[in-house]
Design a protein around this ligand. Structure first.
Ligand code: MG
Length: 289
């Protein structure tokens, strides 16, 4: 099942997406439920309700404005740094420590503030005067369905409701300046997600492919099998002593090919368009302005 949050007729709505990705069937939700996007659906299903009935006829995706699946996350988005072997290698000369060099190490975990989440085709605002090293990071985002604490590796995949696409947009200079990464990762509009959520029964996130293009040039192309810490390890890690809630999201790290890793580095400029696509989900595309 694919579920989208979108604007139609000036209202935020939630609907199921057809298998070909061409049409959306609105679901019968109250306006208050629809404001919460896919999170409302996750919670209804958790409470034992059936999927809400159709609230109207299918409409072409091209007639709506797609929004982030969960437009206002209830709290920060969990993120994992340096989680693909080749990406860890491309940044090993930077100030960031190399996960891959030490098999005893733990994942690098940071967060993005919930307010930086925007829709799959929204513009990204370059923070002019604050940073001139803006970079892209194409990533698979895990959406938690069933909450829990101290979730074991063996149980972890049972807590995954589904997946979406995220670009973990990053200001490299600010990321390095503050030791902690949250500031360089959390500028307004720095977390485009979508184009919709795909449920875990339809996509195996542990075996898919993440790609990124900048102005049509392929920059990143990595299989999720190449994660250093796999999805069960990430869920086990972030739930250690911390309760995960339905709708919590975990950005699982980016493959090699970020702008910082190129020689010389190539950062994003006004007018650049970044497309992130994941097999089995779809693509998001954002212009930097
Ligand atoms: Mg990232």
């Amino acid at each position: 099942m694919r579920i989208a949050t979108y604007f139609s007729g000036g209202l935020r709505q939630v609907g199921t997406v057809s298998a070909d990705g061409q049409s959306i069937t609105p679901l019968a939700l109250t306006p208050q439920q629809a404001e919460r996007g896919v999170l409302a659906i996750i919670e209804l299903l958790n409470e034992g309700h059936a999927l809400p009935e159709a609230g109207g006829a299918p409409i072409p995706v091209s007639d709506v404005t797609l929004d982030a699946p969960i437009p206002t996350p209830r709290r920060n988005v969990w993120c994992v740094g340096r989680n693909y072997h080749a990406h860890a290698k491309e940044l090993q000369a930077s100030v960031f420590k190399d996960n891959d060099a030490n098999p005893e190490s733990w994942p690098i975990v940071f967060t993005k503030v919930p307010d930086c989440v925007v829709g799959p085709f929204d513009d990204i605002q370059l923070p002019v005067g604050v940073s001139d090293q803006i970079d892209y990071e194409a990533e698979l985002m895990v959406i938690i369905g069933k909450g829990g604490k101290n979730i074991s590796r063996a149980d972890a995949m049972g807590h995954v409701w589904g997946y979406t696409v995220v670009n973990d947009v990053t200001a490299r200079d600010v990321q390095m300046r503050h030791q902690q990464w949250d500031m360089g990762k959390s500028f307004d509009t720095f977390c485009p997600t979508g184009p919709w959520a795909v449920t875990a029964d339809e996509l195996d996130g542990t075996r898919t492919r993440v790609r990124c293009w900048v102005n049509g040039e392929l920059r990143q192309d990595g299989p999720t099998e190449n994660m250093i810490f796999d999805i069960p390890a990430l869920i086990e890690t972030v739930s250690r002593g911390i309760t995960l809630f339905p709708g919590d999201m975990i950005a699982t790290g980016t493959p090699a090919g970020v702008g910082m890793g190129l020689k010389p580095p190539r950062y994003l400029q006004a007018g650049d368009v970044v497309r992130v696509e994941i097999d089995g989900i779809g693509a998001i595309e954002n212009k930097f302005v």
